[in-house]
Design a protein around this ligand. Structure first.
Ligand SMILES: [Zn+2]
Length: 70
């Protein structure tokens, strides 16, 4: 179940919440109860797993054409 970031268009409250994908657009503001709230686009840990900072065994990274993402 992914975490989504939201911002309330009514009071400006920012929060994140575990929400099933089917209900990701059906979230109310925990602060004022406004609904719907704006869902923010974030990388959210899905794309960041398995970072290449510590490779074991492969030592020939000359940086030729790879490693552009940060
Ligand atoms: Zn609100």
């Amino acid at each position: 179940m992914p975490t989504y970031d939201y911002r309330c268009p009514d009071c400006g409250k920012k929060f994140d919440k575990f929400v099933p994908i089917a209900q990701r657009d059906d979230v109310a503001c925990p602060e004022c109860g406004a609904k719907p709230v704006t869902r923010l686009m974030t990388g959210g840990g899905i794309m960041r797993s398995g970072g290449g900072a510590s490779n074991s065994g492969f030592g020939n990274s000359s940086g030729c054409g790879s490693g552009g993402f940060s």
